[in-house]
Each structure stands twice: as C-alpha cells, then as structure tokens.
Write a protein that binds this ligand. Structure first.
Ligand code: IMP
Ligand code: MG
Length: 178
C-alpha cells in the first residue's frame, strides 16, 4: 500500500456532532446582537476548515455571511515557518464588521498569528477565533482562541476536512495516521 493509512479514530462522528452543537450554541449566544442589517461574518480558512465551517454555520442561529481565505506557508510541508502568503484574499470590506475566523487546526499557531495581525489592521469591530482542534503543546505563540473544539496531543491527524497530502479530508471522523 502507498503512503500512510488510518491508525486510530480519535473523535467519532457523534463526538464531533456534539462538540459542534456546543460551539454553535455559545456563538449564537455571544453574537445575538447580530441582525440581518449587521450580520456576523464567518471567515473560513481553506481548505481544511470547509467541513467544520459548513456544519458549524448550519447550527448558528444568528444572521451571518461567509467569506474565505486561502493561505500558504513557506517552508517544509509539515511544519509552518510563520511566513505566510495570501493565495486568496477576502472579497469583503471588513471595516466595522463582527468577524469570526474558522480554522481546522492550530499547530504552531504561526499561520493564524500572522493572519490576525493582517486582519486587525483592516479595522473589524471584533475579531475572534474558532478552531476545531488545537495542538496546545505545539503552540509557539499565544493566540486568543475564544472557541476551541478539542485540545489534542502533538500527533498528525486527518479527516473532517484535515488532509495528509490532500487525502482523507472526507472522513466523517478524526483519525491519526501511521
Ligand atoms: P500552524 O501555523 O503551525 O498553526 O499550522 C496550522 C496548519 O497546519 C493547519 O491549518 C493545517 O493546514 C496544518 N496542520 C497542522 N497540523 C495538522 C494535522 O495534524 N493534520 C493536518 N493538517 C495539519
Ligand atoms: Mg489549514
């Protein structure tokens, strides 16, 4: 067989569903001032966040809009250097907007740290982070993660949007690979 295979399931579909519902409940509560005229803006970081974002957004009960960014980090394929290139920028002018960045996983945190600085400079009225997974022990910067799904050990995981060389994103669960 080519490449690594699935090792063990870390979070099942049911565990993920419960966690997404919990996060969406908190977000609904925290953003209840959002209206049709002043909706929440969810920013999905491509590609990994697309499945989490889709599930999360459908459980948030305040008016919201979507935008997306695609980033690429220079350096090795498996570890981020902190130098980030914007491959796809927002379509939206975010001045004065309530924004929630939705990310699949935070490893070193360097990618989001760069992005937070970049976005803050554009003058949103608020900017928070919602990360499905956080490898806390691998964090190199202290990010203000308001909404965190699961804190995981420093193992490489796939599924629920996360890939290894573009594979496994469609798995409905999160698993480690071997
Ligand atoms: P950071 O800048 O080191 O926090 O890099 C975060 C990015 O690295 C994530 O958005 C993922 O694209 C990727 N990444 C980090 N750890 C994993 C993993 O365990 N599985 C899949 N992708 C990962
Ligand atoms: Mg990513």
């Amino acid at each position: 067989m080519e490449g690594p295979g699935i090792d063990e399931v870390i979070y099942t579909e049911e565990q993920i569903r419960a966690k997404v519902a919990e996060l969406a409940g908190r977000i609904t509560e925290d953003y209840k001032e959002c209206t049709e005229g002043s909706p929440l803006l969810l920013i999905g970081i491509l590609k990994g966040a697309f499945i989490f974002l889709a599930d999360l957004a459908r459980q948030i009960e305040v008016p919201l809009e979507f935008d997306f960014m695609a980033l690429s980090s220079y350096g090795s394929a498996t570890k981020t250097s902190g130098v980030v290139r914007i491959l796809k920028d927002l379509d939206t002018d975010i001045t004065g907007r309530s924004m929630l960045l939705v990310e699949d996983i935070i490893d070193t945190g360097l990618t989001l740290n760069y992005l937070m600085g970049n976005l803050r400079a554009r003058g949103p009225s608020s900017l928070e982070i919602c990360a499905f997974l956080n490898k806390r022990v691998a964090n190199k910067v202290d990010l203000p993660i308001k909404y965190e799904g699961f804190s995981i050990p420093d193992v490489f995981v796939v599924g629920y949007g996360l890939d290894f060389a573009e594979k496994y994103r469609n798995l409905p669960y999160v698993a480690s690979i071997k």
